[in-house]
Design a protein around this ligand. Structure first.
Ligand SMILES: [Zn+2]
Length: 485
């Protein structure tokens, strides 16, 4: 049996997306191809956003929100939402990264999120991210360029077992996660290796010049990828990534071996689900808005200007809740009066599927799982439940998702952690508390969460896309059938 095309499409998506900036660009490419219009938060939407239209916007280039407005939309109507996150644990290049030791060139890195850091050792690493460059004549403007160096240029070497007899290896995050990037000798022999060559004489610089802060060869490589001169680079945000591409695995292609399954798998499935929903079910008879929000910074707690704990989603919901419907003049006055409470009405009628990866049962560590809740790979999305509200799932949400799953023929699974086990959390509880919106936490099952290379199920991609498609296109109808206030 060949793997579903959505699994293969996911491989392309994740391979093109080593950073949140790239993930947002990959999502934007899918949305552009499906006819969504790019809008900006800084603009007034009165003349652009209309019932029957499809739109998306980005914040900081690392969070993306896309939505399609039902043609029968009225202020205060429900919004069906799927939320995911674009970031994953990684190592970020420090503001002053230049290091040398024992003849090696090294690049200083900072840990981001809670990675399984020993999994980053002995991998072929490279860098990717965004570079801010000065462009144009005179003083010029500042623009962002995405950079992804495909060549393996960095490596964090393990210490030989002969020199290290401990069985548990837990590297010190400051001293033992420093990648090597080359040999100092090669750098010195290179023309232009003079580290001060790029510093312009006589000009006042508020910060030490970039060629003083980073190895010149490293800067040259990044500038080449950005298609600019080193002197045009003002700043950058670069992270390390594994150059080994994601692939199908297992005897029957039942697995996906990949970096960043958490949470680019749910980012991909939610964007695809929204696109499929507008292709399969016209917006003509829909009274709701179908929305997907993929946030940066979940792995570090979501508290930032563009994380799930920011005003990003509340601000967009407020603007959408008062969006006028396609009404006659006589309806207009009624609508204008209604607009004063539209935001609160929309919040109380909306629903959020918080989509973040779940734990598949691990055959070598069965005792770590609650015996009745052991999600299997390729058996469909996992509903995450926690009495202490580390997950926001409750019964009305389970009723809703079961109805959608029944209609779309998607199997579902249930997960709780053991009482004596720690429990992760995600954007669901935070957004539901902030907005007062009904929420359900769910995600596809995977192994090795937060490792540099994780394992998921190839068939679960299709299941999640279908579930999100079904939820977004049917929520306007289903909402009125769940009678709990
Ligand atoms: Zn996650």
């Amino acid at each position: 049996m060949s793997p579903p095309t959505s699994a293969l499409e996911f491989l392309d998506f994740v391979n093109a997306s080593p950073t949140p900036y790239h993930a947002v660009a990959s999502a934007a490419a899918l949305l552009d191809a499906a006819g969504f219009t790019l809008i900006k938060e800084r603009d007034n939407w009165a003349s652009t956003v209309k019932p029957g239209g499809k739109y998306y916007l980005t914040r900081n280039g690392s969070s993306v929100v896309a939505f399609a407005v039902g043609a029968r939309w009225r202020p205060g109507n429900p919004i069906g939402m799927v939320g995911a996150h674009t970031d994953s644990p990684t190592l970020r290049v420090k503001p002053i990264s230049k290091r040398t030791a024992n003849g090696y060139l090294q690049v200083g890195v900072e840990t981001y999120g809670g990675g399984i850091w020993h999994s980053w050792l002995d991998r072929d690493l490279s860098v990717a991210g965004r570079v801010l460059v000065r462009e144009g004549q005179g003083e010029g403007n500042f623009v962002q360029k995405l950079v992804k160096v495909d060549k393996s240029v960095l490596r964090i070497p393990h210490l030989a077992i002969h020199l290290h007899r401990q069985t548990n290896f837990d590297p010190n995050k400051e001293d033992e996660l420093l990648p090597i990037a080359g040999l100092a000798e090669a750098e010195l022999n290179k023309a232009g290796g003079n580290e001060n060559a790029e510093v312009q004489e006589g000009e006042f610089e508020p910060l030490r010049a970039l060629p003083e802060r980073h190895h010149p060869s490293f800067l040259t490589l990044v500038a080449e990828q950005a298609g600019v001169d080193v002197s045009q680079i003002i700043d950058f945000e670069l992270v390390l990534y594994d150059t080994q591409k994601a692939c199908l695995g297992g005897l029957n292609d039942e697995f996906i071996f990949s970096a960043r399954l958490d949470n680019l798998n749910m980012t991909f499935c939610s964007i695809k689900g929204l696109i499929s929903s507008v292709q399969s079910t016209a917006l003509d008879n829909d009274n709701s808005i179908r929305l997907v929000a993929c946030f940066d910074h979940e792995e570090i707690g979501s508290l930032s200007a563009h994380g799930a704990d920011s005003n990003l989603l509340p601000a967009i919901l407020r603007r959408l809740s008062v969006l006028p419907g396609c009404t006659t003049d006589s309806d207009r006055t009624v609508e204008e009066l209604a607009a004063s409470t539209a935001f609160e009405q929309t919040l109380s009628t909306s629903f959020l599927l918080s989509a973040d990866m779940a734990h598949a049962v691990h055959p070598n560590y069965q005792a770590k799982y609650e015996r009745n809740h052991t999600p299997a790979m390729n058996k469909g999305p996992v509903i995450k439940i926690n009495a202490n509200q580390r997950y926001a799932t409750n019964s009305p949400g389970i009723v809703l998702i079961q109805e959608v799953a029944r209609q779309t023929k998607v199997p579902l699974q249930l997960f709780v952690v053991k009482n004596d086990s720690p429990c992760g959390s995600t954007i669901g509880p935070m957004l539901s508390a902030k907005l007062g919106v009904r929420t359900l936490d769910m995600g596809n099952p995977q192994l090795s969460m937060h490792s540099i290379r994780e394992t998921g199920g190839s068939r679960d991609v299709e299941y999640a896309v279908r579930l999100f498609e079904g939820f977004l296109s049917r929520f306007g109808d289903l909402e009125g059938r769940i009678l709990i206030d």
